[in-house]
Design a protein around this ligand. Structure first.
Ligand code: PMP
Length: 357
């Protein structure tokens, strides 16, 4: 007798809602924290040439030696720290969780935060404990410390700045969490390029600290490259669950080339930060909109009737992210990625029309 798929697939997977990526064809795309700028034309030409002559008949370098050397310099990874790469930082979250998934293990995160921490815990059959942020989205250190004492998490994830709220958390609070946690504490610095603050220089102070970054928000989302730095006492084990060729030949080649010009990516990030300030100011001037300050390349805002605002924007050709309904603290919340000045002007005009309906 054959069984129904739902009787074979793990019940926690059956219960999951798939991560939905909406169709953005023809829309101003401000939903996914991408950098709106392409590589400069001369760099594009170099990349095209390198891609053409890359040894695609061969497996990639499993140790990604050249790329790692470049990343160590560009990202300021302290000497003596290990470095592990992933097919995006999503894959690193998966490797960490898989490696720590003993029976009864707990992964702890903050809420609201990046949904993949919770989803990947479910993929790996691990319990996820979400500790609420304060109503103003700041860190409730006391609550986190109490939850750590109760659940003894194998892994703690802290997005710094946080997605979707955009803020950096109190450094002293994170330091106390590092001291209280029995296992790994991952400070996820996906939005580092727009924040100017980092735990990377502190790796040597905390043996259980791991600092994760990605190239996705700095103009290379299509390459899929994430990295995590920290003590090899942890990362040597995590590396064992990494599939041998997880960072492909084209990603290794192109990322290395692009990072040789990381000053250009830095200029783009600076332009995005300046534009973020303008967007925040303009949002603040629209009656009925409450925008939250951001250290990232997106802005969270509240608008009554967020569902209607979201679809009104979409009808006017602008795609942002609707967070209403995803968490009680995000009622009526929407998140807009900082685009080019032209894209943001279109967004603001569409938003004004929509809220004034
Ligand atoms: N961490 C955070 C906090 C994020 O917001 C994201 C992307 N939304 C990621 C990690 C994953 O990024 P990627 O897999 O593209 O590196």
């Amino acid at each position: 007798m054959s069984k129904k798929p739902e009787d074979i697939i793990r019940s926690e997977i059956v219960a999951l809602k798939a991560y939905h990526v909406p169709d953005s064809a023809g829309l101003v795309k401000l939903d996914a924290m991408e950098n709106p700028y392409r590589l400069p034309a001369e760099l594009q030409a170099e990349v095209a040439q390198m891609a053409g002559s890359a040894p695609l008949n061969r497996y990639p370098d499993p140790g990604a030696v050249q790329l790692k050397a470049r990343l160590r310099t560009v990202m300021g990874i302290p000497d003596g720290m290990d470095l592990l790469l992933g097919n995006g930082s999503d894959e690193i979250i998966q490797m960490l969780t898989m490696a720590a998934a003993r029976p009864g293990a707990v992964v702890l995160g903050l809420e609201p935060s990046f949904v993949m921490f919770r989803m990947i815990a479910a993929f790996c059959g691990v319990q996820f404990v979400g500790v609420p942020l304060k109503p103003d989205f700041s860190l409730d250190t006391g609550k986190v410390i109490a939850a750590i004492a109760e659940h003894q998490p194998a892994l703690v994830f802290i997005a710094y700045p946080n997605n979707p709220t955009g803020n950096l958390f109190d450094e002293e609070g994170i330091r106390r969490i590092l001291e209280a946690a029995p296992g790994m504490v991952v400070v996820d610095e996906a939005y580092h390029a727009f924040a100017g603050k980092s735990f990377m220089p502190r790796l040597a102070d905390h043996p259980n600290l791991l600092v994760m970054r990605t190239l996705s928000k700095s103009g290379l989302a299509g390459l899929r490259l994430g990295l995590i730095a920290g003590n090899s006492a942890w990362l040597a084990h995590v590396d064992k669950v990494r599939l041998p060729y997880n960072v492909n030949v084209l990603t290794q080649t192109v990322a290395e080339k692009a990072l040789q010009h990381h000053d250009l990516l830095g200029l783009q990030a600076a332009a995005i930060r300046a534009e973020r300030a303008r967007l925040y100011d303009e949002l603040g001037r629209i009656a009925g909109i409450q925008a939250y300050p951001s250290d990232a390349n997106f802005i969270l805002f509240r608008a009554a009737g967020a569902e209607r605002v979201f679809s009104g924007l979409r009808q006017r050709g602008v795609l942002i992210k609707n967070l209403h309904g995803s968490h009680p603290a995000l009622t009526d919340c929407l998140r807009v990625t900082v685009g080019t000045p032209e894209e943001d002007t279109r967004f603001l005009a569409a938003l004004k029309e929509t809220v004034n309906l």
